[in-house]
Ligand binder design. Structure first.
Ligand code: GYE
Length: 319
């Protein structure tokens, strides 16, 4: 090579290097690879969330490695470990439960792979184990639900609660906010509180059991998500009762089907929890990878739908 260079005219070398550097600048950038550890597919909310992340990745030319955790944290932990082994550029986790994340987050940090926690929070002693959290304020959602109830219960007082997945931030915070709110309104009485795992089928079977146990004493249903409320509605109707009238129903998520049910008078109130995080997640990931600073915590501002605004909102609901 040295010998060859000796004989090449200087001008040719200059031209060649110029050409090479031009090529490097023009070459298409390597697409970003993001690993996404999703919880599973437990609800319509979740389906919309998955679609938002997949569609937005496709639109931006992001190479998305998607893992469905099938509602098991161990699957999510294995997915994150595999993303680290594959040396993805960034990892997004929608944690099923709040605890148990420290070791795997520490591994990601050691490998210098930024992690964005989406939707549900994690409980870790050291917040530097993840780069950013983007989600919703579940406590605020529960607070809005109980405040709506306090104003609109119309003398009904006996409540049953359908909780979300045990150990999830969404269930923990929505339960706590509701209990805190009820403490300010001693007229209400919590008859029973059981998990329906955020699933429609379980919402139905658990409501059937609750109706058997408490009969017509149940005046109010508070469900931690719409899917469980919609399942419970089937149980209520099969028991010959009118949802929304015999039993007041307050729920969370505001999926289109639930807003329609509010318009139809079968659900009385649904508090919004927007799952369409795709654009915000990838904006954040792209900023992080460019070395820009991003907010550590950010959450959406959510609305509430009841008989006053549901009908008008139905046509524009996006999930
Ligand atoms: O409310 C529920 C889903 O974590 C906010 O998970 C999410 C919850 C949502 O299964 O429908």
């Amino acid at each position: 090579m040295k010998n060859l260079l000796k004989f090449l005219p200087v001008a040719a070398i200059v031209a060649l290097t110029g050409l090479l550097s031009l090529r490097a600048a023009d070459a298409p950038k390597k697409p970003i690879t993001v690993g996404f550890a999703q919880t599973g597919a437990e609800s319509a909310w979740r389906t919309a969330n998955t679609k938002s992340l997949k569609d937005e990745a496709a639109q931006r030319g992001i190479n998305l490695k998607f893992s469905d955790g099938q509602s098991k944290q161990e699957n999510q932990l294995a997915a994150v470990r595999s993303f680290i082994a594959q040396r993805v550029d960034a990892i997004v986790i929608a944690p099923i439960v709040e605890t148990g994340w420290e070791p795997v987050l520490a591994d990601a940090k050691k490998a210098k792979i930024p992690v964005v926690i989406m939707d549900r929070k994690v409980k870790v002693a050291d917040d530097s184990l993840f780069t950013a959290f983007i989600g919703s304020d579940f406590y605020e959602e529960g607070r809005m639900a109980v405040e709506w109830l306090a104003k609109n219960a119309g003398g009904r007082v006996n409540i049953v609660e359908l909780q979300g997945e045990p150990g999830s931030a969404a269930a923990n915070d929505r339960k706590k906010a509701f209990a805190d709110g009820l403490a300010k309104h001693p007229e209400f009485k919590m008859l029973d509180s059981q998990t329906g795992n955020f699933r429609r089928a379980e919402g139905k079977t658990v409501m059937e059991a609750l109706l058997k146990k408490h009969g017509k004493n149940i005046q109010i249903l508070y469900a931690h998500n719409d899917d469980m409320a919609l399942g419970a509605i089937q149980a209520i109707e099969e028991a010959g009762l009118k949802p929304g009238k015999d039993i007041l129903i307050v729920t969370i998520d505001a999926i289109k089907e639930a807003v329609q049910a509010v318009a139809a008078g079968k659900i009385n109130c649904t508090v919004e929890c927007n799952p369409l995080f795709g654009p915000k997640i990838y904006d954040t990931v792209e900023k992080i990878l460019k070395g820009e600073t991003v907010p550590k915590f950010s959450s959406n501002k959510d609305e509430l739908f009841d008989s006053t605004n549901a009908t008008a909102a139905v046509p524009t609901r996006q999930y």
